[in-house]
Structures are given as C-alpha cells and as structure tokens.
Write a protein that binds this ligand. Structure first.
Ligand SMILES: *Cc1c(COP(=O)(O)O)cnc(C)c1O
Length: 427
C-alpha cells in the first residue's frame, strides 16, 4: 500500500543529507569576519587589505575562468545591474523564458524595459534558439537565457541567433553553478553571467548573488551600479582607508554583499567541486536505474555538457505513466514514500501569482503593453514540461548509493499503484 494511504513508506524516517552544509571551518571564517570590525565593503578597513566581497568576486571569476566577477546581495540584483550595464531601459524588450523563477521577469521591469515571455522546450524546460528567433522583434535588445534545474540551454545555438540579431545575452546560471559546456563554464558564453547564491542554490549563502563578465567596461559599470556609483581603489586599501571611490560614471544603487556573507561564500566555494563529484556519482546510478521503470527518463542534457551543475534534479515521465493522476498527486505520493520533497516545476510565469506587475504603479503601464504580446499566447512547451516533470533538491544527491535505491524503489512503487492515486489536481 502507498504511504499516502497508510502503507509503509519506502524510506521509513531515515535522514537525508542536510542543506546547507557547513562545519567548524565555516564558523571560524564567519567569526573572523565578525571580529574584523569590517562588516561592509563601504566601511573602512582597520587593518587594510581587500574586502571579502572583493576577494569573493575575484575567486568566483577565477572559478569560471572569467576575467571579472562582481559580488552582490541577490541574484535578482545581479540581473538588474547586468541589464543596466548593457544600457537596457524604457522602450526595450527583453526575452525571458516562461519557465523560470520570477526574478528574470521582474528585473526587466525594474529597469523600465518590457519582458517578453517565450515558450520553452517541452522536455528540458529551456529556451531554444528557434523560439528566440521567432520571438525577436524590432524592439528586442536582449535575452535572458536560463540554464534550468539540471540541464543547460543550447547556448551555442542561442548565442549564434542573438549575435545575428544584435541582441545582448545574459546567462542566468542560478540553477547551473559549475556547469561546463565543452570545458567552458556557462555564464561566460553571453555578455554577462548572473548567479543567485540564495539558500537553496548549489552555492549558497542565504541571500547573495554574483555576476561575471569578460568585458572590462561592463565590469566597471556593474561595480558602480551595485555600490551607489562607487568602484574600488586600484590597489588594496591601506589600514584605515576606504576601498570604495566615488567615480560616478554611472548612477548606481546599493546592492552590496555583506562581509559576513562573503566570508561564508569564501568557505563554500572551494567545496563546490567535491559536491559536484558526489552528485554526479549519484546521478549516474540513478540514470542507470531509471530506464528500468516503464515511462520514466532523465531530463536530457546537451552532449557538449561535460560537467553538470544540479540545482533541482528532474525526472520526466511519458503521459499515462501514472495513470490519470496529475503531477501534483504523483509528487505528493513520492514525498510520502521518501520523506523528502518531490515536486512539479513551478507554474509558468504567464500564470504565476508571483508576476503581478499590474499591482505596482511603476510597472503597470509597461506590463499592459507586454501583456498584449504575451499573456494570452499558448505556451505548450511549458505546459508539457510542467505536467510531466518531477523535481528533487540537489542535496538528496549528496548522500550514498542507498538514497538512489530508495528513490528508484519509490518511483516504481508509486507507478505500480498509480491507479489508487487521486485523479484531481489540488484546488
Ligand atoms: C533563484 C533564482 C534567481 C533569484 O535569485 P535571488 O538570489 O533569490 O534574488 C534568479 N534566477 C533564477 C533562475 C533563480 O533560480
């Protein structure tokens, strides 16, 4: 019997790997930042030397083989300063995939531009080059490409289309930390790569973000855009001196990352590759087992991807695999078997309650114009992806082989008993 009907759960209460992961070394780094009396890049440095937020920006860029990195307070802010650095504003349209977190769309509105929501591939949930080409119009200035969940958008084809149309490319890698495409980090193919480093992400610091670029001018603009028009001193500051200088070439706002947050990230970044290796081992086992269960398959990953970052691991199922049960009911049954959340992808943005620009005076007008182009369009790719994909947080893959066996057993069990699942979705 299924656990939702009172049967014995597959995993019987054994714990899953925790997230986020930290230890005494993290505590020591955080305490050192606390005791340094320097909690912000804006405050002077009693002992001299670079701020932790500057050091993290540099380390994060190095990790991606990018020339420049900027630390910020959120992934959302990284999107805003990326758009501003590229000069995007009123009158401009920016293409945003309909299947993503709400921040790429709100960031476009925040700079006064108009987000154009575009359908995605039905199996990967990512924007395709073909969809980008079809959606590009005379006002289109840029595209925000999202590498979604556990796969990557076809960035080679997308940048080719964008280059031909003269569009700027922002890669949102908030769900693809460390993903490499033919040996090269995603986030370095477009003009700017942006990352959320929020609590759930594969590189996490609670509330944080970053942007990387190979373009010095965009880098200098992003520095000022994130620190009220200030950039760094060329050299590390002397004891007692400030590290930020009022250049004022472009007007900014305050999106600075706290020194305490940067301390956590400087601890977490060197752990990322070990975590990747562990997750990749579990994924290999899982993907060896999935074809043994009728109707289930992994989310496809483009062949050039030779290192795969995972934010949410996705399993897709063909229509009818779970009888007439909607994805929400399948996910609820699996959650009960496993004791960890299994969930469908989020509601596509055109139907998401998180995207309600009409409720804010400064966005309402732009949105009314965008709505005429986007709101009532059908999004069949997003609808298919959303209805046939099951997601799990990446931390479930930080354990042992045994966790994988439990996941496979639960999938097979729920599929076998699918006829006993409710056939109505949640209200
Ligand atoms: C998490 C996420 C963001 C937002 O990042 P915050 O740090 O929460 O502002 C942006 N884009 C994508 C694709 C995300 O997954």
């Amino acid at each position: 019997m299924l656990a939702i009907h009172g049967g014995t759960a597959v995993r019987g209460g054994r714990e899953w790997p925790g997230w986020p992961q930290y230890d005494e070394r993290t505590e020591a780094k955080l305490l050192a930042a606390l005791r340094s009396s320097r909690w912000s890049v804006s405050w002077y440095s009693p002992r001299g030397g670079k701020s932790r937020e500057r050091l993290f920006g540099e380390a994060f860029a190095r990790y991606h083989d990018a020339a420049y990195g900027v630390s910020v307070d959120h992934g959302s802010s990284a999107l805003v300063i990326a758009l501003e650095a590229l000069g995007i504003g009123p009158g401009d349209e920016v293409i945003v995939p309909v299947m993503t977190w709400v921040a790429p769309a709100t960031a476009v509105l925040r700079v006064g531009a108009r987000p154009v929501l575009v359908d995605v591939d039905p199996v990967t949930g990512c924007l395709t080059a073909e969809q980008l080409r079809a959606a590009t119009g005379p006002q289109t200035r840029a595209v925000i490409v999202v590498h979604l969940a556990c796969t990557a958008a076809r960035i080679d084809e997308i940048t080719a289309v964008a280059d031909a149309a003269g569009l700027a490319v922002i890669e949102d890698c908030s769900q693809a930390h460390g993903t490499r495409w033919a040996g090269r980090a995603v986030g370095t193919f477009g003009d700017i790569g942006v990352f959320s480093l929020g609590a759930a992400k594969a590189l996490a610091a609670g509330e944080a973000g970053a942007a990387i670029t190979g373009n010095r001018e965009l880098y200098e603009r992003m520095l000022m855009l994130r620190a009220d028009s200030r950039g760094y001193t060329p050299q590390a500051p002397e004891p007692g001196a400030y590290e930020l200088v009022e250049y004022g070439t472009v007007m900014g706002a305050n999106y600075c990352m706290s020194e305490l947050t940067a301390a956590i990230l400087l601890d977490q970044l060197p752990r990322l590759d070990d975590q990747h290796t562990r997750r990749e081992a579990r994924v290999k086992e899982l993907e060896a087992g999935l074809p043994g269960i009728t109707g289930l398959a992994p989310i496809p990953v483009p062949a050039p991807v030779d290192r795969r970052g995972i934010y949410e691991y996705g399993i897709r199922f063909s229509p009818g695999t779970f009888g007439a049960a909607p994805v929400e009911q399948v996910a609820t049954a699996l959650t009960a078997e496993l004791g960890t959340k299994v969930y469908p992808p989020r509601t596509p943005l055109h139907r998401s309650v998180l995207l309600r620009p009409q409720t804010k005076p400064r966005f309402a007008r732009e949105w009314a114009a965008a709505a005429t182009r986007a709101a009532d369009r059908p999004y069949p790719g997003a609808a298919h992806y959303r209805a046939h994909t099951l997601l799990m947080h990446h931390s479930v893959l930080l354990g042992e082989r045994r966790e994988v066996d439990d996941i496979l057993t639960a999938l097979d069990k729920v599929r076998f008993h699918a006829r006993s699942l409710p056939t109505e979705g949640p209200a």
